[in-house]
Design a protein around this ligand. Structure first.
Ligand SMILES: O=C(O)CCC(=O)C(=O)O
Ligand SMILES: [Fe+2]
Length: 340
């Protein structure tokens, strides 16, 4: 496996800035061209120029580190069982089964801060730890900032597909589904060679924007084999999810990835998921030519066979990786779930 990782670093400042000066259109087109190349290749790239303040990132990292230093008994005060069908809160090491077996990670799940009685599964109130009061503002401000970054990168994706730059913001991401997680991967030893911090998987939505600490561990399955995606200061890792794969008829692939922390230290990571609106159906874009066949997916799933809303897709996925939560989050059967 490579040590440094050949994934490209794309400066997206032309997409995040107000960008009305002379040459702005040309700069955006150039960034879009680089996004297109990365999406056609591995579906993974780093972004710089994202505009998220360093001070906010430092606050988030410090607050998260403090939370994971709390005794387990205190972390469990915001345990996911208390979040119910909103799917929020803390889960311990082994609590999530990303690819069918327990991951060697613990974490906290957050989403948009909504009313506690929101009727939709995976929507509602976040659980924040009383012991680390600074976590709440850091998480909510960071999620806001990352929502802007997500919209900016999707402007580039739209341009790369020959669409109007606001194509997604005017539809699929007018009210995006946004989820945020903080993971702690304890140091090894791993008991068995096929144990993973996060097992091989693809992400569910449009884009994932991942902040890492200084510790490597993320691995990406490219056409050239598994490669590492080590942390690069000042950047976020961006990868495309199943819904962008589905929208583009498989032109932009959601690429499998996994995590193993071999550093001897705890690793913190902060994935933010920028996804279609809950009620959006996600058929292939009409402007793209229909594609036949294609590569077999890591999980044997044919994304084209899924019809239903993004909410249906996400709910079924969550019920799989958190079997204990399934009964709470799943609405009455709607027939779309078998294809997930
Ligand atoms: O922790 C990481 O580096 C990646 C996490 C991940 O792949 C995910 O949450 O979907
Ligand atoms: Fe992932």
């Amino acid at each position: 496996m490579n040590a440094a990782g050949p994934l490209p670093v794309i400066d997206v400042a032309a997409l995040t800035g107000s960008g009305t000066g002379p040459g702005a259109g040309r700069e955006r087109a150039e960034v879009a061209r680089r996004i297109e190349a990365a999406c056609l290749d591995s579906g993974f790239f780093y972004i710089s120029g994202h505009g998220v303040p360093e001070a906010l990132i430092a606050e988030l990292r410090d607050a998260a580190a403090r939370f994971f230093r709390l005794p387990e008994e205190h972390r469990s005060r915001i345990s996911m069982e208390r979040g119910g069908r909103a799917w929020r809160g803390y889960f311990p090491v082994g609590g999530e089964l990303t690819s069918g077996r327990p991951d060697l990670k613990e974490g906290v799940y957050f989403g948009a801060e909504l009313d506690a009685d929101d009727p939709r599964p995976l929507h509602g109130r976040n659980l924040f730890p009383e012991e680390v009061p600074e976590l709440r503002p850091a998480v909510l401000t960071y999620m806001d900032a990352l929502t802007h970054v997500g919209q900016a990168v999707m402007r580039g994706v739209a341009l790369s597909l020959g669409l109007d730059e606001d194509y997604f913001a005017a539809g699929y991401t007018a009210t995006p589904t946004t989820l945020f997680r903080i993971f702690h991967y304890p140091p090894p030893p791993y008991a068995e060679p096929d144990e993973w911090g996060v097992g091989e998987h693809t992400d569910y939505g449009l884009l994932t924007l991942l902040l890492q600490d200084d510790n490597p561990g993320l691995q990406v399955h490219t056409a050239r084999g598994w490669i590492e995606a080590p942390p690069i200061p000042g950047t976020l890792v961006c990868n495309i999810g199943d819904m962008l794969d589905k929208l583009t008829g498989g032109l932009y692939r959601s690429t499998p990835h996994r995590v193993r922390n071999c550093t001897g230290r705890g690793r913190l990571s902060f994935p933010f998921f920028f996804d279609p609106g809950w009620d959006c159906e996600v058929p292939p874009l009409p402007s793209l030519p229909a594609r036949e066949g294609g590569r077999a997916r890591w999980d044997g799933l044919d994304l084209r066979a899924f019809s239903g809303t993004y909410g249906d897709y996400l709910t079924a996925k969550v019920a799989k990786v958190f079997p204990g939560l399934g009964g709470q989050v799943l609405p009455p059967a709607r027939g779309a779930r078998e294809n997930v």
